[in-house]
Design a protein around this ligand. Structure first.
Ligand SMILES: *Cc1c(COP(=O)(O)O)cnc(C)c1O
Length: 354
């Protein structure tokens, strides 16, 4: 605390990202990064564009990336907004649409950036509890609200809603913006981007950090009706004209265009998840059904906090949230087959007291 801090900054509780430790080598299963490298085409364009041109500002509109995203999802370029990671896209979303008279709604257990942004931008929020088995029940979301946001699949649970459930919310919730954060949708979900055409209040956010192996590049986008995109552009252009670097724009474009690589790596992660779930169940873990690149697990007789520490000592990093309702769960990112074999091996040793 410093006397120089503003009142807003004093009252904040910043988001705490998963650790990126430098003390030793870990099997890193704590921040939902993709275990596979970016597409070779991405690395190639980064090399090609690393030169003299970096003295010049990038295109403030990110046109090439917008075009690539639009063609990937068969929407118009004016349906696309691009930003410096979807965290930034979400921040602009809160500013552009969620500062309203009525409170916004999101699940009680969800991506922890939502409460952080609510506080930062002084937006009132109401949390809606997940069901006892950690599902979002959209029927619990009252029609009187300043906006709705949830991830699909949800984080950190991995549970998925289907398009019918989302569409039935959109049918009754027409007076405020509904944001579906699809950071993990490519690992087993169905995107609701096709609904954008019929619902002018739907905004779908995606990121290149997870399914496209580019967390280090910081690229995200949103797809929605042109009026929503214009709102985001206004917010962005009052903050920073050049949110995406030259390298991020060409890298993101190459990643969106390499469909085969994207599909192959997603399928590999899904296949790994399937065997890991079976192994974890055999070790007496309850596994929440996951459509994401992570699993949310609870052991029947060992405390999550303890397992977290023991795994860490043994060189395996997972994520533990000491929060109400989930303080006995661990979130484990799906890595390569070898990384997951190491996780299972260490868990077996811990659980057998070895
Ligand atoms: C990882 C994640 C994001 C942020 O992704 P970036 O593009 O890396 O900022 C957004 N929403 C959810 C639910 C996430 O898990």
């Amino acid at each position: 605390m410093s006397k120089f801090w503003s009142k807003v900054i004093r009252g904040l509780a910043p988001y705490v990202p998963g650790e990126q430790p430098k003390d030793r080598k870990y099997v890193k299963l704590n921040t939902n990064e993709n275990p596979y490298p970016p597409s070779p085409a991405v690395l190639e364009v980064i090399r090609e564009h690393t030169g003299q041109d970096l003295r010049l500002y990038p295109d403030p509109n990110g046109d090439i990336l917008k075009t690539a995203v639009a063609s990937c999802y068969q929407v118009d370029k004016n349906n696309v907004f691009v930003g410096n990671g979807s965290d930034e896209v979400l921040a602009f979303t809160f500013i552009a649409f969620f500062k309203q008279e009525k409170p916004i709604l999101y699940p009680d257990i969800t991506y922890s950036f939502y409460p952080v942004y609510s506080k930062l931008f002084e937006i009132e929020a109401l949390t809606i509890p997940l069901t006892t088995d950690f599902q979002i029940n959209l029927d619990d979301y009252p029609a009187e609200n300043g906006g709705v946001i949830f991830p699909n699949p949800n984080a950190p649970t991995g549970r998925l809603l289907n398009l019918e459930q989302i569409e039935s919310l959109l049918k009754r919730n027409t007076a405020s913006v509904v944001v579906v954060d699809e950071a993990y949708v490519d690992f087993g979900g169905v995107s609701c981007i096709p609904l954008v055409e019929n619902y002018p209040n739907l905004l779908v956010c995606q990121t290149l950090s997870k399914a496209r192996s580019l967390a280090g590049m910081r690229i995200g986008y949103a797809i929605g009706a042109p009026e929503l995109i214009d709102g985001l552009e206004r917010a962005k252009n009052c903050f920073n004209s050049y949110t995406l670097s030259r390298l991020a724009q060409v890298a993101g474009t190459a990643a969106m265009n390499d469909r085969l690589y994207f599909e192959t790596t997603c399928q590999a992660i899904i296949a790994t998840r399937e065997w890991v779930v079976r192994e974890l169940e055999q070790l007496d873990f309850e596994v929440v059904p996951s459509a994401a690149n992570f699993v949310f697990i609870r052991h029947y007789n060992r405390k999550a906090g303890e397992l977290f520490c023991e795994l860490r000592q043994r060189g395996v990093l997972v994520r533990y949230f000491n929060l109400p309702r989930i303080d006995n769960h661990l979130r484990v990112t799906i890595g390569t087959d070898d990384e997951m074999k190491e996780l299972i091996k260490q868990l077996k040793a811990i659980l057998s007291g070895g």
